[in-house]
Design a binder for this molecule. Structure first.
Ligand code: ZN
Length: 674
């Protein structure tokens, strides 16, 4: 591992923060926190923590000795001074001889000694940082260190590899008990500069930011050097595998885990993942636990492992997946009850779904309430794979007991790290076609605000590029008139999200012409876009929904033209009339599966389709001004794209409504249903 300390960069940090009134101690704390946080082999997704002891003046004019320690919710890779809440040091040190304090007391004591009450909660390891007398303290969950400590002879191996400045501590759950153990240790051995916590990670400490960071890199390098030199055992890999298509499996998996709440399931495959699960020892090492305790809140104490012998027939796949997911549930319940019995404070069981599913020889599926959670779980699982594989090369993976993992998983301070999603559409996957047009985009924004995962499909490559340059949501190229293009887009969605809940079939064009004059080519072309493309989208989506078995919702952007033709607008209105029937037909055919089908009849919405030129044409066709045309409704108000988005949303959440069309036209009796 390279030491990335750079004097010029360090000076830049000092200069930048001094302009903001932040002292050099903290500026350098931010700098080396970034160096550590950007290295995935040291920490991942908010893991690890750092601190600095310094002096800060309060508004009373007095200077206080404080410890600025990583605050909850911050990530070392991009932490800022406000992510390092300052806690008064003296009150913290007063507790160093206390035998124990409760978690609630610990958290509240830390909070009431904050210099700024608006700061985030200081890390659960604040006391540990405070009890070490050194100015700078760095803590990581380094892969190399975990590769040494998570094996049967881990402690003695560490003693052999590291010098006498390194103290090896047995596993103790983070919190006040661990802080006390560290305090006792540093009192006995004041000359140490590093602590290795078995099955957890490493702490280094020094008087300078550079000193502490240098030590971190030095000791991690010691570990890496040992690992690279050690003789590898040949792993036994069974290569006689046959596997079925992932697109068949993903919606089934998603359906299985989403019976109560909806989940996102994401697929990953690479040679390391495949080797990990194709190893003859896989069942054994997978069941043991996580490489560092706080990973358990993201990937549970064990994954679900489905062997390839169960994954070779499309016909039986649904039954097999169901069987495995429910036996995982049983296994998890039994783990919960066994360990809950041993706990002083009784806990409430969390959801019983696996977070990680290994499909032998196919790949890994990660599951979370949001796409982000699923990705974090996958990243952490990959880190576990990497460390466990490394250990298995020379030894056997061994970690803390299931009871210790349970205590961590159900520790209220750990659970507080996971943001609970309470939005109505959380876990729902929405696909919108023509998503970068006015109506599509307004619909995207609304569903996203309601907590859904929204995937945008569009055929305008320049707009897609522009969207992706400032948004993180998935936006794919899709020509809705080309079934190949539609299939490719949906395949990507299935791999990344697991399935679909709601489709907003919105793409369209608005050709005009008098019926006696319109060519059959242009009429056919309009049917391709305004009718057949909706059928392609709806049929692909419905087949995925049927596999998931968790209901579903089709929403069509029809048009008031479907019931109230406008002059010279036949080429547009005819396919829209057919689309109205298509919408109803889906309601009839798939209602028994809980798949609803509804549409919106909107009129006169300014958009890429109804642009200024068309507004001029249509207003001329009706013999009114442009403004009169746009407000030509009972309410005499212009109808906006956001009004259409609201209608789509209302239909999406109206769970007992299907086969209906909602008009969004400001009121038009001629276009109303009778
Ligand atoms: Zn830790």
């Amino acid at each position: 591992m390279k030491n990335l300390w750079n004097k010029t960069d360090a000076e830049k940090y000092i200069k930048k923060y001094s302009k903001l009134g932040i002292n050099e101690d903290i500026a350098l704390r931010v700098y080396t926190s970034h160096l550590i946080g950007c290295n995935e082999k040291l920490v991942l997704h908010g893991g690890g923590n750092t601190s600095v002891k310094t002096k800060i003046s309060d508004i009373d004019g007095d200077q206080y000795d404080v410890i600025c320690v990583k605050g909850s919710g911050w990530d070392l890779s991009n932490i800022e001074p406000e992510g390092l809440p300052a806690v008064k040091l003296k009150p913290l040190l007063k507790l160093k001889n206390k035998n124990n304090i409760s978690d609630t007391d610990m958290v509240s004591y830390q909070k009431r000694n904050l210099l700024n009450i608006d700061s985030p909660n200081p890390s659960v390891e604040t006391f540990l940082h405070a009890f070490l007398p050194h100015k700078y303290v760095d803590h990581t969950h380094s892969n190399a260190i975990l590769s040494l400590t998570n094996r049967p002879s881990g402690a003695s191996l560490c003693r052999k590899i590291f010098d006498d400045k390194v103290m090896i501590l047995p596993y103790i759950m983070p919190g006040f008990d661990l802080a006390r153990a560290v305090y006792k240790c540093i009192k006995l051995y004041p000359k140490i500069n590093c602590l290795i916590l078995m099955n957890h990670g490493i702490f280094t400490f020094a008087e300078t930011a550079k000193g502490s960071y240098d030590l971190m890199i030095k000791y991690v390098n010691n570990a890496e050097r040992y690992l690279s030199k050690s003789k590898k055992r040949k792993s036994v890999i069974d290569k006689k595998f046959r596997a079925i298509d992932i697109a068949e499996i993903m919606p089934i998996i998603r359906g299985c885990v989403s019976s109560k709440n909806k989940y996102i399931s994401s697929f990953r495959k690479n040679s390391e993942i495949i080797e990990y699960m194709n190893n003859s020892q896989a069942s054994s090492y997978m069941s043991k636990g996580t490489i560092t305790p706080d990973h358990v809140i993201r990937i549970k104490p064990f994954p679900l492992f489905i062997k390839s012998k169960d994954l070779n027939s499309t016909k039986t796949i649904e039954k097999i997946i169901n069987k495995h997911v429910s036996s995982y549930e049983q296994k998890y319940k039994s783990y919960f009850h066994t360990n809950n019995k041993k706990s002083k404070i009784k806990k409430i069981m969390l959801d019983t779904n696996p977070n990680i599913i290994f499909l032998q020889n196919i790949g890994m599926v990660s599951i979370g309430r949001t796409k982000k959670d699923a990705e974090i779980a996958a990243d952490i699982a990959e880190q576990n794979i990497s460390v466990i594989s490394k250990i298995q090369e020379t030894s056997k993976f061994k970690t803390i007991s299931k009871k210790d993992l349970f205590d961590m998983e159900y520790w209220s301070l750990e659970q507080a790290k996971i943001k609970k999603e309470k939005q109505l559409l959380c876990g729902n996957i929405i696909v919108i076609t023509g998503a970068l047009g006015k109506i599509g985009y307004a619909t995207y924004k609304l569903f996203k605000d309601k907590g859904a995962e929204v995937i945008l499909l569009d055929n305008n490559k320049a707009l897609i590029k522009e969207f992706l340059s400032n948004h993180k949501d998935m936006c794919l190229y899709c020509d809705v008139t080309d079934s190949k293009s539609v299939n490719t887009a949906f395949m990507t969605i299935i791999k990344e999200y697991g399935g679909i809940d709601i489709v907003v079939s919105n793409a369209g064009t608005a050709p005009q012409g008098l019926m006696a004059e319109v060519t059959s080519e242009s009429l056919k072309r309009s049917f391709e876009i305004n009718f057949f493309s909706h059928q392609t989208i709806a049929s692909v989506a419905t087949r995925i929904m049927l596999k998931q078995k968790i209901k579903g919702c089709l929403l069509f952007n029809i048009s008031k033209q479907s019931v109230n033709p406008g002059k010279a607008f036949g080429p547009y209105g005819l396919p829209k009339a057919a689309l109205l029937n298509l919408c109803k037909q889906y309601a009839v055919d798939y209602g028994m599966y809980g798949i609803r089908s509804n549409g919106v009849n909107a009129d006169r919405i300014k958009s890429g389709m109804l642009n200024d030129k068309l507004i001029l044409n249509r207003s001329k066709a009706r013999g009114v001004s442009k403004d009169q045309y746009m407000r030509g409704n009972l309410l005499q108000e212009e109808v906006l794209a956001t009004d259409v988005a609201n209608a789509f949303y209302s239909l999406a959440v109206s769970e007992k409504t299907t086969g209906t069309v909602l008009t969004v036209d400001g009121g038009n009796v001629a276009a109303s249903f009778r």
